[in-house]
Design a protein around this ligand. Sequence first.
Ligand code: N2P
Length: 361
Amino acid sequence: MRTTRGDFRRAVTAPAVFAFAASVAVIAAALLAAAGCGGSKPVLSVYTWSDYIKPEIVRRFEREQGCRVVLDTFESNEAMYAKLKAGASGYDVLTPSSYMVSLMHDQGMLLRLDHGLLPNLAHVDPDYLKIAVDRTMDHSVPYMLVISGIAYLEGRVKDVVPSWRMFGRADLKGRVTMFNDMRETIGAALKALGYSINTTSETELAEAERLLLEWKANLAKFENEQYKIGLASGEFLLVHAWNGDVFQVRKENPDVRFFVPEEGTIISCDDLVIPADAKETRLAHAFIDLLHDPAVAAENTEFIYYLCPNKDSYPLLSPEIRNNPGIFLKPEIQAKSETIANIGAANALYIKVWDRLTADR
Ligand code: N2P
């Protein structure tokens, strides 16, 4: 039925206005309750990587704590950092990689953790802590160890050699992706050349840039999330990948394979941290503590296929995880691998290479 403005004015009689106002109030109350702002449920806001926690663990935490958890995702450390620096606030837990944690800590962006609220830190792997950036877990707790490598479709890519040089295979042109991540992608080229992923040598970086320009001719794009679906569907044949993502995708397409290049790779640890301006600090501590309950840590690892460095969870892991060389690295590959370091002012050299490389994307 068409209603003219005049009809509408006439139709809005006093009782109708009250009924309208009342229903607006009901809708507003429902929206507030749903948003957890009705004074009933506190909201824990977590900013993390995609597919990085078993959803059921989040639901259980919500039930046990009588709160709501909102997950927002970022696709690289630099993107997360830029968003926070641009003024985004309201997050209670973040999961940056250790090199970024170190930079954020230097800039006073992180809360000092209250160990009285974190009894499960007793289960964190002491062997990992020996090499961690924040060995005393003063402002960060290790969450997941991530291994970078290459994933491909076995039935579609012939003559695979376990090397970063696979990105240079012209026969795969247009069906290959590399990370949209400055340190990872420049790091892959540095490793292919036998250099450290933390080099500050301009000559070595220039060589890496030349190699990346060659590889770029084969790439469909630089990308950190869609490569999973793209590989499962066969749109991409070979991708720069994080180990856990690949093992998740293998459930959809059993033709997916993963290798860690023989030149060595990047091992990252993503850490749980609380930003200095967080509101729900008690809940944030409870969340971090739950993730280091050994049974929860094992359950999470079994689901996302990243390894939580929690020593008491290891005996609870299935043989599928424990015997997977893409999760527990072979010692010879581990010896050639490195973690990304906070290289301070030399970061500007990487930014220049990356900007030139991605300028005409
Ligand atoms: C998970 C991404 C792994 C985190 N989808 C890489 N630091």
